[in-house]
Design a protein around this ligand. Structure first.
Ligand SMILES: [Zn+2]
Length: 216
C-alpha cells in the first residue's frame, strides 16, 4: 500500500480530509489508523480536522485542530499515540526504540532487524560496483579452485578490513547478489562446476536496484 492508498483508506473509512498532508513511515500506519478511528467514532467530523501526519526528527507528529466538546480527550489521545510511536519500529511496526546507529542519518525508531536490512541496502547502494566486481572475482576464484567457494567465506575474507558490522552487511549484500545469479541460472538445481562461466557472463545483467527494492 502506498502512502496515497493509505490516505485514501483514511478518507473512505474515517472521513479524513483528502487535502491533509499524510506522509509518514509505514510502520506507524496501524497506530495512526487507531487515532483516526477513535476520532471518527467519537465525533463524525473530528477526523476531518487532522491537517497533517508526518515524521519529524524521528518522532510521529499528528497535527489536529479541534475545538469541539471532546477536545481534551482528543489531544491527550493524540499525544499518547505520538509517545507510543517512540516504541514502534517505523518500518515494520514491531517493538523498538529511538536510535541513530550507522547508517541512519537522523534519529529514527527502528528495530534490530530493520536496521540490519537498512545496512545491507546502504551497502548495496553505495558499494554496488565493488560488490559486482567481487562476484565476478568469486566466480573466477571458484573456477580456479575447481569448486564453488562458500559465499560467506569469500565475503568475510574479502571485507576483513571493514568493521565487524560493515563486514557482516557486505556479506549479506554479497549473498543477495549471488542468490540473484542463482535465480537467473536455475531455480532449483544445485550449482554445477561447469556453471562458472555462465555465472560470470550473467554478472553484468544483475540489477542492484531491483535487489534493493526487494529488501526495502
Ligand atoms: Zn522493524
Amino acid at each position: 500500500m502506498t502512502t496515497s492508498d493509505f490516505h485514501k483508506r483514511l478518507v473512505d473509512k474515517y472521513g479524513a480530509d483528502p487535502d491533509a498532508e499524510i506522509d509518514f513511515p509505514r510502520g506507524w500506519r496501524t497506530l495512526v489508523e487507531t487515532v483516526f478511528k477513535m476520532l471518527h467514532e467519537t465525533d463524525l467530523e473530528a477526523a476531518l480536522k487532522v491537517h497533517q501526519v508526518k515524521e519529524k526528527f524521528g518522532h510521529l507528529r499528528i497535527h489536529l485542530e479541534y475545538e469541539g466538546p471532546h477536545a481534551d480527550r482528543f489531544f491527550q489521545y493524540v499525544a499518547a499515540a505520538e509517545d507510543r510511536a517512540l516504541r514502534i519500529c517505523n518500518r515494520c511496526g514491531g517493538p523498538s526504540h529511538m536510535r541513530s546507529d550507522w547508517p541512519l542519518k537522523t534519529t529514527e525508531v527502528m528495530c534490530d532487524t530493520c536496521l540490519s536490512a537498512a545496512r545491507v541496502r546502504d551497502q548495496l547502494d553505495r558499494r554496488r560496483t565493488e560488490i559486482v566486481a567481487a562476484v565476478r572475482d568469486w566466480c573466477a576464484k571458484s573456477a580456479a579452485a575447481g569448486n564453488w567457494i562458500t559465499t560467506s567465506d569469500y565475503a568475510l575474507h574479502r571485507w576483513r578490513k571493514d568493521s565487524e558490522i560493515k563486514r557482516e552487511s557486505m556479506n549479506q549484500a554479497f549473498r543477495l547478489v549471488v542468490s540473484e545469479l542463482d535465480i537467473m541460472v536455475t531455480k532449483n538445481l544445485k550449482k554445477q562446476v561447469s556453471d562458472f562461466e555462465v555465472y560470470q557472463q550473467l554478472v553484468d545483467k544483475i540489477d542492484i536496484d531491483e535487489i534493493i527494492k526487494r529488501v526495502s
